[in-house]
Design a binder for this molecule. Structure first.
Ligand code: KG4
Ligand code: ZN
Length: 364
């Protein structure tokens, strides 16, 4: 049995977890800072960093206690090295280094995006959807994961479409040229006067709204030969929502009170449908082109119920989604990714620096 302690502090969640053999969660502790940042409508880096310092040690202690493990039982400490906020990343990295030095445990530095990918290794059989079949029983065995996979990572900072041909082997098929999908949700949530973070608020506001009420643009992007590529662009969509608001209410100003007469449910549903169409359309085409065995979606936006339903319907092959608790940032996914790197022999020297910008893969 291999036990990995995961530590994650890249953004606004302070998290630690213990994972057994890369797939069984023994503990998964998350201290969210959402309340601290909500008043700013986004993440305030200095506040995030300070909160991580105050919280990380008790969070790690709790993760070990809940897993009924001590540091002596842990085979390695997996920690997020990047991408993320520098001042947040160093808090987790420094704690991992300190624990490693004090207890002579190896450290495995992990890319946060790879963590999101490996959240799918922690998903039970009921999170694998085959078109036309009922979901599997949670008591069934998990279907083995076979490569190649097409993986869509959609978070607050990233929109990456990847081809994964083996453990830790990725080719970047496309990514966003401007706003990340989650960023678009957050910005449009703000335009609509909805509480931060915008993703869950838009999903909620969209319930009962008509997704065809507004014909927002779907940006497909084309290469030199006129063929569609796998990149994304969401900033024009955000502008289209702003224009619609201004047309509906000539007195509308961003960041001011949104009139209760505005059709917020229709706007939210139409915006969400435009994002989902492009995410599913490009992912399905990549799955076809690269003959993927399955499609994986992960990251905060993969919690979106409209995206999940449309992907399951449209991907043309089995789709795995993470449990809701593992869509947003957590340390179990870092431990799962670290597990496979540990088995592959990765050990990091304790003088490694954090990498605030760190692409998971080179472009195709
Ligand atoms: O992966 P994550 O927790 O943090 C990053 O690494 O960025 O993703 C956070 C993002 C936010 O932009 C949030 O609005 C979005 O995920 N999000 C959602 C939903 N839940 C979270 N977006 C759409 N629908 C949701 N239900
Ligand atoms: Zn994330």
């Amino acid at each position: 049995m291999t036990l990995i302690l995961g530590i994650e502090t890249s953004c606004d969640e302070t998290a630690a977890a213990v994972v057994e053999d890369g797939q069984a969660i023994r503990s998964n502790v998350i201290s969210s800072q959402v309340d601290l940042h909500a008043q700013y409508g986004g993440i305030f880096p200095e506040i995030a960093s300070r909160a991580h310092i105050e919280r990380i040690y008790p969070v790690v202690e709790q993760a070990l206690a809940e897993a009924q493990a001590t540091l002596d039982d842990i085979d390695a400490i997996a920690v997020t090295r990047g991408p993320g906020l520098a001042g947040s990343l160093v808090v987790g990295a420094n704690l991992a280094k300190g624990l490693a030095l004090g207890r002579e445990r190896p450290v495995v530095a992990v890319n946060h995006l790879e963590g999101h990918v490996y959240s799918l290794w922690l998903a039970g059989p009921q999170y694998r959807f085959v078109p036309g079949q009922p979901p599997a029983d949670p008591a069934d065995p998990v279907a083995p994961i076979e490569f190649p996979l097409v993986v869509l990572i959609v978070s607050g900072g990233h929109t990456d479409l990847l081809l994964m041909t083996g453990h830790a082997q990725y080719t970047l098929l496309g990514s966003t040229l401007d706003d990340a999908a989650g960023e678009a949700f957050d910005k449009v949530g703000r335009l609509l006067g909805l509480p931060y973070p915008g993703g869950p608020s838009i999903q909620k506001a969209a319930q009962g709204g008509n997704p065809a009420a507004f014909d927002f643009p779907r940006v497909w992007l084309r290469g030199n030969q006129g063929e569609q590529n796998y990149d994304f662009s969401f900033s024009g969509l955000k502008t289209a929502v702003l224009r619609a608001l201004q047309a509906l209410d000539p007195g509308y100003k961003p960041d001011s009170e949104v009139s209760s007469d505005l059709p917020v449910a229709d706007l939210a549903a139409s915006f969400q449908a435009a994002v989902v169409d492009v995410l599913v359309g490009k992912t399905a085409r990549a799955a076809e082109e690269y003959d993927a065995r399955e499609v994986f979606i992960s990251g905060g936006v993969s919690a979106n119920s409209a995206l999940r339903a449309a992907m399951i319907e449209g991907a043309g092959r089995p789709v795995r989604v993470p449990p809701l608790s593992l869509c947003t940032d957590n340390a179990a996914m870092i431990a799962a990714a670290g597990h496979f790197r540990f088995l592959a022999g990765q050990r990091d020297d304790l003088d490694f620096d954090v990498r605030p910008t760190w692409p998971l893969a080179d472009p195709a």
